[in-house]
Design a protein around this ligand. Structure first.
Ligand code: C2E
Ligand code: MG
Length: 586
C-alpha cells in the first residue's frame, strides 16, 4: 500500500503541473499585454501574439533580426546600453519607455517592466502611445513640435539643479523675430507658419543635444543652454543664432531674410528661479529690440533696476482699482471742418496714491497697461473701463448728447473672455442701445488669434456695437484693410498721419487707404493731428474726421466740447484755423 499510496499524489502533481503549464501558455497567448524574453545582445527570443496585434509584424519577422531594426533611431542607444547592463544582482527596470515601428510606418510608445536574470531579460510592456501623445501635446508647440513654455521651465529647473556638478553657467536666450508680422501680412499665414517651422529647424540644428529650443508662441523662441562656460560664450551663441537666421529662407517662389533680437540671461545659482531667468532674458530682448534690429543684449545691473521698477508698477497696479486710482479721460472725435464732437474715446489714466508724481500728473496707459497685459489684471481693468464708459454714455444720453463712446480692447480681452456677453450685460445694465458703444481693436490684437477675434467681433456686431480697427498703418504693416472683419471704422495711426510732412509715399498710401475705406463704406478717422499743416494735408486727402491735440485734448467729461440734441452747448465749437490749398475738398 505504502509505495502505491505514495505514487498517487506524485502522479497527480505531475499531471497538475502539465495542466498549469498549458494554462500559463493559454494566458500567454490571450493577454493583450506584451510579453517577451530578450537576450542581452538585443534579440527577441520569445514573444506572445499580442505583439502581432500591436505592431502588425509577424512574430517570425520580429524575431528574425536585432530589435533595433524595429526601434526608433533616437531610442536605440539607450535601450541597447540598458540591455547590456552587467550586475551581480538581478536588474529590475520599471517605467522605461521607447518607441517601436508599426508595419504601416507609424510609431508606438511602449512602457516596459523588465527584470534580467542571467542572460535573459523577462519583459512585460504596455502600449502607452495615446498617453504619450497627450503628454507631448501638453508639452509641445503643435506647429513646430518644439517644447513649449511648460517643458522649457522643467528642463531649465533640471539644468540649474545639475549645475553644481560643473563650473559652468546656465544661459537663456530669448529670440524675437523683428519682421515676422510683415511676412504674415504680405505673404499670408501659411507662409508665416512655414517660416516658423524653417526657423525652428535652423535653431535646432545649431544646438547641442543637451540644449533645448522652445517656442513660447507667436514669433518668440527661447534657447536654454547648459554647460556654458561664461557670459562670453552665451554671447557667442547668440551671435551664431543671429547669423543663422540671416541666411534667407526660401518661401514659395520668394525668399525672406529674418532679423532677430536676442536677450540673454545667465545664472550661476542652482537655486535660481527659471521663471525669473526667462523674465530677465525677455527684458534684455526688449533692450536689444529698442536698439534697432539684429541686436543682442545681456541682462545686467541696469536692466535689473528696470525690471524691479516694472515689478513695482505691477504690484501697485494690483491695488489701483480697489483704491479708485484709475479714471477715464475722453478724447473727442471731431469733424475736421469744425464743430462738435461726433464721438469720444475713453482713455484710461492712473494717479497712483503716494507715488512720486507732480501734483495733478497722471500715468499714461503706455506706462502701465503693458504690465497689466502680462497678467489677469487687464481683464479687471477692461471690465472697469467698459462699465465706467457705459455709465458715462448713459449720463450723456440722459442729457441729450447721443454720441457713441469708444473703448479700447486688448488682445487678451478680445480672445480670452466672453467679451460680447460682458458688453451685452453692461449695455442692459445701463439701458443703452448697442450703437452707444464702439469697440476699438488693433490689427495686432486680432492677429494673436484671428479665429476667436473674428467671432468675438461678430458677436459684438450683432449687439449693434460698432467696431473700429485701431492703429491702422502703424509700424511696418502693409496698408491693406483686412477683409473678413465686421468693421465700421478705420482709425489711421498717429505715426502714419505724422509721417506725411516728410514722406510722400506714405501720403499716397494714406490716400489709397481712404479710397478703399470709402469703397468698403468704412468711416476713416485720422489720429494724432497736432499741427495745422497735418490737418490741411489730412483734409486734402478726403478724410473728414480726426482726433488730435490740435482738435481736442483728452479731458474729463465736463470739459468736452459737446452739443446736445436741442443745440445747447457745453462750450464753444472747435474751429479750424486752416486755409486750405486750391486742391482741397470740403
Ligand atoms: P490709441 O487707441 O491709439 O489712443 C490714442 C492715443 O493717442 C492716446 O494716447 C491719445 O492721448 C494719443 N493722442 C491723441 N491725439 C494725439 C496727438 O495729437 N498727438 C499725440 N502725440 N498723441 C495723441 P494714450 O491715452 O496715451 O493711450 C495710448 C494707448 O493705450 C491707446 O492708443 C490705446 O491703445 C491704449 N489704451 C488707452 N486706454 C485703454 C483702455 O482702457 N484699455 C486698453 N486695452 N487700452 C487702452
Ligand atoms: Mg484707440
Amino acid at each position: 500500500m505504502g509505495p502505491t499510496r505514495m505514487s498517487i499524489p506524485e502522479q497527480a502533481s505531475y499531471e497538475d503541473g502539465l495542466e498549469d503549464e498549458a494554462r500559463i501558455a493559454r494566458l500567454f497567448e490571450m493577454t493583450s499585454d506584451l510579453l517577451a524574453t530578450i537576450s542581452r545582445d538585443g534579440r527577441f527570443t520569445l514573444l506572445n501574439p499580442a505583439w502581432e496585434q500591436l505592431l502588425g509584424w509577424s512574430l517570425q519577422e520580429l524575431q528574425s533580426g536585432p530589435i533595433e531594426e524595429f526601434m526608433h533611431p533616437e531610442d536605440v542607444e539607450q535601450t541597447l546600453a540598458l540591455l547590456a547592463t552587467r550586475d551581480e544582482q538581478p536588474v529590475q527596470l520599471e517605467h522605461f519607455t521607447n518607441r517601436y515601428r508599426h508595419r504601416d510606418g507609424s510609431w508606438r510608445w511602449l512602457m516596459w517592466s523588465t527584470r534580467c536574470d542571467g542572460d535573459t531579460w523577462y519583459a512585460a510592456a504596455k502600449d502607452v502611445t495615446d498617453r504619450m501623445w497627450l503628454e507631448r501635446q501638453a508639452l509641445h508647440d503643435p506647429l513646430t513640435r518644439l517644447p513649449n513654455r511648460l517643458l522649457l521651465m522643467d528642463r531649465a529647473r533640471q539644468a540649474l539643479a545639475r549645475m553644481h556638478r560643473s563650473n559652468g553657467v546656465v544661459a537663456m536666450l530669448f529670440v524675437d523675430l523683428d519682421r515676422f508680422k510683415a511676412v504674415n501680412d504680405n505673404l499670408g499665414h501659411d507662409a508665416g507658419d512655414q517660416l516658423l517651422i524653417g526657423i525652428s529647424a535652423r535653431l535646432a540644428e545649431l544646438m547641442r543635444d543637451s540644449d533645448t529650443v522652445a517656442r513660447l508662441g507667436g514669433d518668440e523662441f527661447v534657447i536654454l543652454a547648459e554647460d556654458i562656460e561664461n557670459e562670453s560664450e552665451a554671447i557667442a551663441l547668440a551671435e551664431r543664432v543671429l547669423d543663422a537666421l540671416e541666411d534667407p529662407f526660401p518661401l514659395g517662389s520668394t525668399e525672406v531674410a529674418i532679423l532677430a533680437s536676442v536677450g540673454i540671461s545667465v545664472s550661476r545659482d542652482s537655486d535660481a528661479d527659471p521663471e525669473a531667468m526667462l523674465r530677465e532674458a525677455d527684458v534684455a530682448m526688449y533692450r536689444a529690440k529698442a536698439a534697432g534690429g539684429r541686436r543682442l543684449a545681456l541682462f545686467d545691473e541696469s536692466l535689473r533696476q528696470e525690471l524691479s521698477t516694472r515689478m513695482e508698477i505691477e504690484n501697485r497696479l494690483r491695488h489701483a482699482l480697489p483704491r479708485h486710482e484709475l479714471f477715464l479721460a475722453y478724447q473727442p472725435i471731431m469733424p475736421l471742418a469744425g464743430g462738435f464732437a461726433v464721438g469720444a474715446e475713453a482713455l484710461v489714466r492712473w494717479r497712483p496714491d503716494g507715488a512720486e508724481l507732480p501734483a495733478g500728473a497722471e500715468m499714461l496707459p503706455g506706462m502701465f497697461l503693458p504690465r497689466a497685459q502680462e497678467s489677469e489684471l487687464i481683464v479687471q481693468i477692461g471690465n472697469w473701463v467698459l462699465h465706467t464708459a457705459c455709465a458715462q454714455a448713459e449720463i450723456w444720453r440722459r442729457n441729450g448728447i447721443a454720441i457713441p463712446v469708444s473703448i479700447n480692447v486688448s488682445a487678451r480681452e478680445l480672445t480670452e473672455l466672453d467679451l460680447a456677453e460682458r458688453v451685452r450685460e453692461e449695455l442692459a445694465y445701463c439701458r443703452l442701445p448697442g450703437r452707444a458703444l464702439c469697440v476699438e481693436v488693433s490689427e495686432e490684437a486680432v492677429l494673436r488669434d484671428p479665429e476667436r477675434a473674428r467671432s468675438a467681433l461678430k458677436d459684438l456686431k450683432r449687439l449693434g456695437v460698432s467696431i473700429a480697427l485701431d492703429n491702422f498703418g502703424s509700424g511696418e504693416s502693409s496698408l491693406r484693410l483686412p477683409r473678413d472683419l465686421p468693421l465700421d471704422t478705420v482709425k489711421l495711426d498717429r505715426a502714419l498721419v505724422q509721417s506725411f510732412d516728410r514722406d510722400k509715399e506714405r501720403r499716397a498710401a494714406f490716400a489709397a487707404t481712404i479710397a478703399l475705406a470709402k469703397e468698403a463704406r468704412l468711416t476713416a478717422v485720422a489720429v494724432g493731428i497736432e499741427t495745422n499743416r497735418q490737418l490741411a494735408l489730412v483734409r486734402e486727402l478726403d478724410c473728414s474726421l480726426g482726433q488730435g491735440f490740435l482738435l481736442h485734448n483728452p479731458a474729463a467729461p465736463d470739459q468736452l466740447r459737446l452739443r446736445d440734441a436741442a443745440g445747447s452747448v457745453t462750450s464753444a465749437p472747435w474751429r479750424p484755423l486752416v486755409r486750405l490749398g486750391s486742391g482741397s475738398r470740403r
